[in-house]
Design a protein around this ligand. Sequence first.
Ligand code: PMV
Length: 312
Amino acid sequence: MTKACAPGKIILLGEHAVVYGRPALAVPVRQVQACARIEPAGDGAPGGVLLVSAGTALHAWLDELPAEHPLAAICRATLAALATREFAPLRLSIESTIPVASGLGSSAAVSVAVARALNQHFDGSLRDGDISDLAYEVERIHHGTPSGIDNTVVSFDRPVLFQRGERPVPLAIGGTFTFLIADTGIAAPTAEAVGLVRQRWSADPARLEAAFDEIAAIVLDGRRALQDGDHHALGQAMRRNHGALVGLGVSSVELDRLVQAAEASGALGAKMSGGGMGGHMIALVGAPERDAVAASLNAAGAASLLRSEVGP
Ligand code: PMV
């Protein structure tokens, strides 16, 4: 039996603008994960892969699934990259605790877990960067025009500064930062939010490009704050970034309510995270305010709450 897992992720700063070539910061969230397990299938033809996912009620042989099926696509791409020869039939099962369509990188984590498990099973030589590239191709099926940030942070499993077309830069972190991650409980496919921003960009490219430049400046301030261990500066960057995302039209009443509840109860900063229009928000909290902010998020309707730490 072979098993491999991949973490969820949050975008600290820079979502949406990152699709248009600006930098963004993302960190893994290891409290949630997707795992893939490979075992002998028992029956089936040589070279067959039985894909099983309880979460999506999938139980099908790989060769029965269409090219655009995300799980089939990551399996086929990884098997091709590994140049596998004929093998005894396999059962590949997927389990995930990452909520879908909510900004925690569920689709990228599933792809990375599957690619890692196949790589281990076949004693392959795929490295994190290769696995990230394979997962990126599947993100394109989900999102149309992904920036590549999700597959990158999930594959490398460390905080990164990401910019399209550039090597991801591992982030130096000068202190311990605690985030509360609250779910609005509203599933919102990233493709819809990305499509909305695309429409707005087409209607008024100059305004949107200026907003993306503003977000890029916030991201660089946030990077410095992380490096310096400066909690107040990071909180301020998060607040400014949320304002810019509201301006892009990708926040929602529920996200804004949670952001306001976090800030009113003492969070250093809060913002939506990921595609938006639902999904998750994040709040940066110091130790003294942590419990009050958590209680306030629950009272404001958070469907679930995670705590995640980012440190040196
Ligand atoms: O997958 P999500 O919802 O965390 O969003 C990804 C971030 C976006 O910038 C909105 C899209 C992208 O491809 O970078």
